[in-house]
Design a protein around this ligand. Structure first.
Ligand code: SAM
Length: 506
């Protein structure tokens, strides 16, 4: 069964049985010092001031990660990794802790996940780790440690053209894909990715048999060595030397095996397949991997599935698939684009796991991950999430609406735990402080008290074209499941795909 998981892939992979997946492709956040934001723009093309943090790939070696770093050698040992490799990691961790703590944090994050990937991969399976030169050399050591150097198959360079960035070094125009198998006995179908024969080679097939099949003659000398001369193509030579010649038919040729460098266009502004997801990979790239390293009906996993390129490659080529992403808008985007394109029905051809369908499940999400709960709640009511910095100021998201003169917003604040009248007073403060903010919405798991409702009523109304809108509105999660909506002037939800905008409300 095909599955789309919303949540942290570590938790999800820990639930998957060992030896259950045939192919893993992962494209984790890897380009340090760059945080990817999805920019939302309104219908007029003006940028909306907020950005949503789709994912942040700068890593801090906080206390938790630091503790985990020291535990990595133990985890490796328990998993059965050789002692000398474990020792190597012990010293590398010590060295990186002082010289490059960010990189260490990243490697810790990746190592614990790659161990899970190794566990769930079948013995005939393969894994493709997409990264770039920022950390590829370190990731290769991680992969060698977990999958074994002997199972390293290729370092693939995905080469692309785009505007050069610097005059101080050569343009950085390739990504690296590390291809490992789990064992020696892995499935690989080179023919699926073979390139067609060149025109020059095709022209060598000049002869036609009675059925019109094109061929050329291949001969062997008395000693068995190949004959490379004009005789190769001279039919008279075939008549006079029938035992020394074979027909090499063009229609039996599969093509030329693909090398380890692939030139495939990057997704840019003018790409037809562009979905507006900042790190979207081309379908052609994923199709090569899926076709070469899995058979029909095999299970393909992408634990960092983004906007679902791997999922589309799997659907298109009749594989089963599992996708995970920690960002709710990825899940929504995949559903609305990739899956819809193939007419798949939820609960029939695929399921979505991890998105709350009831107040109890929303409560569970809040307990597991308060930030994801916040994102989910904001988007469920049609809002755009704030990045974490703004969220700290009490604004967790916004709903945008256009008035005659300007673009206005309703700020949203989400509370999963205990609530009090002071929360509503704080929201009033935000309304007074923020220019262009006329309304505020409060989303809570628990029912608001009378005092809270009175506090919200005391904020009065915003009037537009003779209609009065309560300045502070409250929705509980239960209200949201009952389809209650914010009351505000026409909401900006029309988006322009060509500008990479997406409407994310779930
Ligand atoms: C580089 S993008 C993947 C892009 C994807 N290959 C595509 O073509 O659209 C990385 C994705 O990993 C997700 N992500 C980051 N950390 C994650 C985690 N711990 N669990 C699941 N997904 C995660 C991000 O939300 C992001 O969508």
């Amino acid at each position: 069964m095909n599955k789309l998981f919303y949540g942290d892939n570590l938790t999800i992979m820990r639930m998957l049985p060992a030896d259950s997946v045939d192919l893993i492709y992962l494209d984790p956040p890897f380009n340090s010092n760059r945080s990817y934001n999805l920019l939302y723009k309104n219908t007029t093309g003006l940028p909306i001031p907020e950005q949503i943090e789709a994912f942040c790939d700068t890593w801090e070696l906080d206390y938790e990660k630091s503790e985990m770093a020291y535990d990595i050698p133990n985890i490796m040992q328990k998993y059965g990794i050789k002692n000398d490799v474990v020792q190597f990691w012990y010293y590398l961790i010590l060295a990186l802790k002082s010289t490059n703590p960010k990189l260490l944090a990243y490697l810790v994050y990746m190592t614990i996940r790659l161990i899970e990937m190794h566990r769930i991969l079948k013995s005939t399976g393969s894994i493709y780790l997409h990264c770039d030169p920022t950390a590829s050399h370190y990731l290769k050591i991680v992969m060698d440690s977990i999958f074994g150097h002997e199972n390293f198959r290729n370092e693939i360079a995905w080469c692309y053209k785009s505007r050069p960035q610097s005059k101080r070094y050569f343009g950085k125009k390739h990504d690296t894909i590390l291809f490992y198998s789990k064992t020696e006995n892995y499935y690989f179908n080179w023919q699926s990715a073979a390139r067609p024969l060149s025109e020059t080679t095709i022209k060598k097939y000049r002869l036609s048999d009675t059925d019109g099949r094109k061929y050329r003659l291949e001969g062997r000398g008395i000693t068995g060595s190949p004959i490379r001369s004009a005789k190769d193509v001279d039919p008279r030579w075939e008549e006079t030397n029938p035992l020394l010649v074979v027909r090499d038919y063009l229609d039996e040729k599969i093509g030329v095996a693909l090398e380890d460098w692939w030139q495939i266009d990057i997704i840019n502004q003018s790409s037809k397949e562009r979905l507006g997801y900042p790190t979207q990979k081309p379908l052609a790239l994923l199709e090569i991997i899926v076709k070469a390293s899995s058979r029909e009906s095999d299970v393909v996993l992408d634990p960092f599935c983004g906007c679902g390129t791997t999922i589309e490659a799997a659907i298109k080529n009749h594989r089963q698939w599992i996708g995970c992403d920690i960002a709710i808008h990825s899940i929504k985007l995949i559903q609305d684009t990739r899956i819809q394109k193939y007419g798949f029905n939820e609960d029939v051809e695929y399921t979505i796991e991890g998105i709350p369908q009831s107040t109890e499940q929303a409560q569970y999400l809040f307990e597991q991950d308060p930030f994801q709960f916040q994102y989910w709640a904001v988007e469920k009511t049609g809002g755009f999430c704030s990045n974490r910095k703004t969220a700290d100021k009490g604004i967790d998201g916004r709903i945008y609406f256009e008035t005659d003169k300007t673009l206005c917003s309703m700020v949203l604040s989400v509370k999963g735990g205990n609530i009090k009248p002071g929360d509503i007073r704080d929201l009033r403060g935000v309304l007074e402080r923020e220019n262009g903010t006329e309304l505020a919405g409060f989303i809570c798991l628990k029912n608001p008290t009378k005092a809270m409702i009175q506090e919200a009523d005391a904020a009065g109304y915003y009037e537009y074209h003779g209609v009065k809108y309560p300045r502070i509105q409250i929705l509980t999660i239960e209200d949201i499941f009952n389809n209650k909506k914010w009351y505000c002037p026409s909401v900006v939800k029309q988006v322009r795909k060509d500008k990479g905008q997406t409407f994310l409300a779930l």
